[in-house]
Design a protein around this ligand. Structure first.
Ligand code: GAP
Length: 446
């Protein structure tokens, strides 16, 4: 099997736009490269995945606490982290077709992959940090940077959080939110964006225990994708880094098989004492960067094991994994079957979890009543337009796992028909049992 299926990718991108899942930012002005908007069916998906991660990584553990820091920090944070001096890509420009490339991604760095020209500029460093100014004066003294990763404020706030929550090592601090990188070549839909969301957890421990924790967080991440998000194991793999940063003992990426090939969705990194010792060096606040261990009777820089994932990449993985075309019965003239586009999204994160579909507009009043009660517990939608077949198709395309049809019999037997998106089987369920029936399927415990 070829690992690249651009046709599949084009279909997913087209569906995302057509159904208001994800589309180019500022499209009426021609879009802006590397920036994407999540529409009415994309925003709930991304939010649901973020909440699920937060529940899994923070709320269900007593040794991880949360942070929601600012996007703009003191510029020294990025000096200490090494981003201002080192966070750059080596780039070259083709003097003939004017394209720009990352040198490390070129098969042959002496030839333009687009036009074959050998007239390439000397490689130059491009820093990926996004620059802005704070205050009314736009000079170098007022420069600030949009965070390039969500973890740095965690290191900076480590001691305040530790004292406030009375945590002892080992413990973790998690944060989700926007990160910005001036990527030279944004590509593969949202995979490489310039504004994106990260979900990171930094685990602070003693150096002696760090490899044990590294293994633990690797397994926890794998569990999140396979068990909670239902990604098949054969579409995931672990890439172990051979070239490690001087302070790191181990590093790996979890990759997913996208239609454009294998791509990283998350890293697990052993960061050693690099972050805490650097912030100590630059801030001179040793008491904020070191930890006094009562049991060991010593003070030391915590070693950090990081679980760092990209929310947009996880959403893209879910969309790519969910996309499917099969055949379904149709009432169209001269046809028994029709191609159906269906998104097999996990019910937990589906943008719409339940659709209420009255068979006739005459049933509007009781059907709307049912809809409003379902809305209190699930993401729900009411649709009474078009044939029932068309309404099923619309819901299939946005990945709605359950369609509830309200028919004339409902008025007598107080039951509705629940159609399962994946098996297309239908089941008659009493209305007073409906919430429990849906809850068991949509929110299984983990
Ligand atoms: N704090 C460590 C760190 O930021 P990273 O490997 O640079 O590590 C972590 O980024 C994750 O963030 C990646 O695995 C990926 O999921 C996501 N990510 C990084 N750059 C991205 C981009 N340009 N667009 C979308 N997601 C990105």
């Amino acid at each position: 099997m070829s690992e690249i299926d651009n046709e599949q990718m084009n279909k997913i991108v087209a569906l995302c736009k057509r159904r208001g899942i994800i589309f180019q930012s500022s499209e009426i002005y021609g879009g802006i490269n590397g920036f994407w908007d999540y529409g009415p069916y994309g925003a709930p998906l991304r939010r649901a995945v973020e909440q699920l991660w937060w529940k899994y990584m923070v709320e269900q553990r007593d040794n991880v606490v949360g942070l929601d820091s600012t996007i703009i920090c003191h510029p020294m944070v990025w000096k200490a982290s090494g981003h201002l001096d080192q966070f750059s890509d080596l780039m070259t420009d083709c003097m003939d077709c004017k394209r720009r490339y990352r040198v490390d991604q070129m098969d042959d760095p002496t030839t333009c992959p687009n036009c074959g020209s050998k007239r390439l500029t000397e490689p130059r460093e491009f820093n990926l940090m996004m620059k802005t100014f704070v205050g009314p004066v736009f000079d170098e003294e007022h420069v600030a940077w949009l965070r390039a990763e969500t973890c740095q404020p965690i290191f900076v706030d480590f001691n305040t959080i530790r004292v406030a929550t009375r945590q002892k090592l080992p413990f973790g601090i998690a944060q989700t939110g926007k990160a910005f990188r001036n990527e030279i070549n944004p590509r593969n839909f949202t995979f490489r964006s310039r504004e994106f969301m990260q979900m990171e957890m930094e685990f602070f421990c003693h150096e002696d225990e760090s490899l044990k924790w590294f293994d633990y967080w690797k397994d926890q991440a794998w569990n999140f994708y396979t068990k909670i998000l239902g990604i098949p194991e054969e579409k995931l793999h672990i890439y172990w880094h051979e070239k490690l940063a001087h302070y790191a003992k181990q590093a790996l990426d979890i990759e997913f098989l996208f239609p454009f090939g294998w791509g990283e969705i998350q890293g697990v990194h052993h960061r050693g004492q690099w972050d805490m010792s650097r912030h100590c060096e630059f801030s001179k606040q040793e008491q904020d960067c070191k930890y006094f261990d009562q049991d060991r009777k010593e003070s030391y820089f915590p070693t950090v094991v990081e679980s760092s994932s990209g929310l947009d990449r996880i959403c893209l993985m879910l969309l790519c994994n969910a996309y499917d075309e099969d055949t379904a019965a149709t009432q169209k003239e001269g046809k028994d079957e029709d191609v159906r586009i269906v998104m097999h999204l996990p019910a937990r994160v589906a943008p719409v979890q339940v659709a209420i579909l009255p068979l006739s507009k005459k049933l509007e009043e009781p059907a709307e009543k049912l809809y409003h009660s379902v809305l209190k517990k699930f993401r729900a939608e009411y649709d009474d337009t078009g044939s029932i077949g068309k309404r099923y198709r619309r819901q299939d395309e946005i990945g709605t796992p359950f369609c509830v049809t309200f028919d004339f019999d409902t008025l007598n037997d107080n039951a509705v028909t629940v159609r399962d998106r994946d098996s297309m089987t239908q089941e008659r369920i009493a209305i007073d049992q409906l919430a429990k029936f849906l809850d068991d399927k949509i929110n299984p415990e983990f």
